[in-house]
Design a protein around this ligand. Structure first.
Ligand code: COA
Length: 374
């Protein structure tokens, strides 16, 4: 039987501390007008001493599970996409696995910079569709503020911290992840990197003195690359999914620069209101930006079940990718391919219902989707 990878839960977590453009004016030679005009960013969230990439990821993951009837112990796989992992190893995903009590899950990190969430979602969806696993958590989580040199105005203004997570479940009715593209061009690696701290250039007093442990970026070249790939990757996944651009309800792009999103909209001949944009409040949260934008769009009622969506991003590597999906109901829809069908639930869902039945009878009301807690 054909399996489909459905997105059935989602959640986000951002630190409380806000760093505004006015705050940055006091730290580095920049100004609110320039930042807003050139990037669309007004403020970003910054991790407190107790926030870490794993703690934000854990909160987002628990919110993604909340209300779905799936217990952490039923999750088969956890992928954390991040470019600010807690350590070189162990993987941040292993810490999350332990913190949420996902006792049956394999866990690993995926590094494809800001495109990481799309790559991870695609990998998890492939594993679910193959039948080798049934349930996966895909998380994008970052504390990039720890890797930014706040004396470097070209990067200090851009990045913020946060996390977002999707729960993916296997179903035997169509929907969920429909198509995807994953691309890289390693020849552009030097355009955006953290040169020191890996095995090629281990940390020394010298590398620290030279600020080589911070993000280094050629903004103009990254900008040029991004505007080239966003529209083309979006078009590619739409075609592969057998749809037309007009069939897409919303595009959820990586939030790196408002002007990059505007260029993608022009390239696709789509009005800007078909794009989810929240860069103004969070800046670039790298792997977390797409799931955070998704969660906010859902809360605002901009996404409904049945909608066709495209997620699209780019980042260091260079990497870029896109993914088309339909947000479907958690339980078997009453109509599948035009035929009326009986409401069936998966075995995992039945087990979970059995456990919860004594506690909350009202939880038996079939949800059409899950919501992160307010
Ligand atoms: N505040 C004030 N002025 C600044 C500034 C800042 N933070 N950063 C640069 N400037 C100045 C420059 O010194 C330059 O001045 P000059 O013309 O007198 O020399 C001018 O603004 C233009 O600089 P430039 O680097 O060409 O700016 P830009 O329009 O390309 O914007 C970025 C810079 C970084 C915002 C933009 O290139 C960008 O967003 N690139 C993509 C980066 C990205 O998305 N990275 C993450 C990928 S996942």
């Amino acid at each position: 039987m054909t399996r489909y990878a459905h997105i059935t839960g989602w959640g986000m977590a951002v630190p409380e501390r806000v760093l505004t453009n006015q705050d940055l004016e006091k730290i580095v030679n920049t100004n609110d007008g320039w930042i807003l005009d050139r990037t669309g960013i007004r403020e970003r969230r910054i991790a407190s001493k107790t926030d870490t990439t794993a703690s934000l990821a854990t909160q987002a993951a628990l919110r993604a599970l909340h209300g779905t009837g799936v217990a952490a112990s039923e999750v088969d796989l956890i992928i954390v996409a991040t470019c600010s992992p807690e350590h070189l190893f162990p993987a941040t995903a292993s810490i999350v696995q332990d913190q949420i009590g996902a006792s049956q899950a394999g866990a690993f990190d995926l590094l494809a910079a800001c495109t990481g969430f799309i790559f991870a979602l695609n990998m998890a969806a492939q594993a679910v569709r193959s039948g080798s696993i049934d349930t996966a958590l895909v998380i994008g989580s970052e504390t990039l503020s720890r890797l930014v040199n706040y004396q470097d105005r070209s990067t200090a203004i851009l990045f913020g911290d946060g996390a977002g997570a999707f729960l993916i479940e296997g179903r035997d009715w169509p929907g969920g992840v429909l198509s995807s593209v994953m691309r890289s061009d390693g020849s552009g690696g030097e355009l955006l990197s953290i040169p020191a701290g890996g095995s090629y250039m281990p940390t020394t007093l010298e590398t620290v003195r030279e600020n080589m442990h911070y993000i280094q970026m050629n903004g103009r070249e990254v900008f040029r690359f991004a505007t080239r790939v966003m529209a083309s990757a979006t078009r590619e996944v739409i075609e592969e999914a057998g749809m037309r651009v007009e069939d897409i309800s919303l595009v959820i792009p990586h939030q790196a620069n408002l002007r990059i999103i505007e260029a993608a909209a022009r390239g696709l001949k789509l009005p800007l209101d078909r794009f989810v944009i929240n860069i103004e409040r969070y800046g670039n949260t790298s792997t977390a930006s797409i799931p955070i934008a998704f969660c906010e769009a859902w809360d605002q009622g901009r996404i409904r079940t049945g909608d066709n969506l495209v997620l699209v991003g780019f980042g260091a590597g260079l990497t870029w990718g896109a993914l088309a999906m339909t947000l479907t109901e958690r339980e078997r829809p009453l109509k599948v391919d035009g035929r009326r069908s009986t409401l069936l639930v998966s075995r995992a869902r039945l087990r979970s219902i059995g456990r919860r039945i004594g506690r909350r009878l009202d939880s038996l009301i079939f949800r059409t989707s899950s919501r992160p807690p307010d």
